[in-house]
Design a protein around this ligand. Structure first.
Ligand code: AVI
Length: 332
């Protein structure tokens, strides 16, 4: 491996989980943001979700990257610095990195340090010539990321997996603005976005028969017990996920199976039977809806690749207005 930097921690707040959970339990309706799913176990469960037959986004996006990775590399420039947000296990990254022969560096950014270490090691072995520059930070705090060096190289933000769908539309615009700042004047972005489609397909994707999505959702409660000393019966809650068509999003909730309470930090939180903690939104966008958000954040949508069924889009955004625009390309 050419040069593997140690994982750098950026601006972490050890108490954040505690503060945010208490705050989320105090509010009505109750909610805890999805970034807290991703402890080590949660990240493993997410990888399992991605292997289920129902969860189509991973294999669909993988197919697009496999088919069009070379074209994407040509658009972003093969000698760029590739900055991946929420890199996780970086399973799809080789499909792009294999075409970036002259890349200055690969900069994975992820909240989960063990995951970051494992994936950086694996990619370092696959691409020994490439500099690995991992950063352990929550990508929703992108504004706190400073990346020095790499002058004269184009910076390209790679954000696959449709993780952008876990932000509200207003947060999307803010995150895309921060990404534009990090990318700099002639920067670019490749971003995977899940599309609107049949409600049956969407509902099945978040209610897989193997129960991995349920375990992923319920793991949040296990974390609260283990890490925050929260006291309650873990069997007292169940997983619920459904497509909210009015808002164009999947919603995930933890539903109280009966009247009960959670004790934490000296406070008691009463739950009615059927009351929920809202744990995740996963927004789905048509190509045009997403492009509107990109425009609002200062990006120029220049191209998009999609699969045969149009279930998933990978958008190419540029900060230079003058760059050529191409219509979209659909997979086989
Ligand atoms: C990471 N993110 C894009 C996933 C999604 O589809 O919203 C997280 C997930 N939640 C349940 N299943 C997958």
């Amino acid at each position: 491996m050419r040069s593997e930097s140690p994982v750098l921690q950026v601006d972490q707040d050890d108490n954040e989980f505690h503060t945010v959970v208490l705050d989320g339990l105090r509010r009505q309706p109750r909610s805890i943001p999805p970034k807290f799913f991703y402890d080590s176990r949660g990240s493993e469960l997410f990888d399992l979700i991605c292997t289920t037959p129902e969860y189509y986004p991973t294999r669909t996006e993988t197919g697009i990257l496999d088919e069009f990775g070379a074209e994407m590399a040509e658009r972003i420039g093969t000698s760029c610095v590739l900055i991946e947000l929420g890199s996780g296990s970086a399973a799809k990254t080789p499909l792009l990195l294999r075409h970036l022969s002259g890349a200055a560096a690969y900069v994975p950014i992820d909240i989960c340090e063990p995951h970051l270490q494992r994936s950086t090691r694996r990619l370092g072995m696959l691409f020994p010539q490439m500099r690995m520059h991992p950063l352990c930070v929550d990508y929703t705090r992108l504004h706190s990321v400073k990346l020095d060096g790499y002058e004269g190289r184009r910076r390209v933000i790679f954000f696959p997996g449709s993780s952008i769908g876990n932000c509200t539309p207003a947060e999307v615009v803010q995150l895309l603005r921060h990404a534009a700042k990090l990318a700099g004047a002639d920067g670019a972005m490749l971003i995977g976005v899940d599309s609107k489609k049949s409600h049956d397909v969407l509902n099945a994707a978040y209610n897989d028969a193997a129960g991995h999505t349920a375990a992923f959702n319920l793991n949040l409660l296990a974390r609260m017990r283990r890490e925050l000393g929260a006291r309650f019966d873990p069997d007292g809650f169940a997983h619920r996920a459904y497509y909210n068509s009015a808002l164009g999003r999947i919603e995930m909730h933890l539903v109280s199976r009966r009247k009960q309470f959670i004790q934490m930090g000296g406070e008691t939180f009463h739950f009615e039977d059927g009351e929920t903690i809202h744990t995740e939104n996963s927004y789905k966008y048509t190509a045009q809806e997403f492009q509107q958000l990109a425009w609002a954040a200062g990006w120029h949508p220049k191209m998009l690749w999609t699969d045969r069924k149009g279930w998933f889009n990978v958008h190419y955004l540029s900060l230079s207005a003058g760059e050529a625009t191409h219509s979209h390309r659909q997979g086989r």
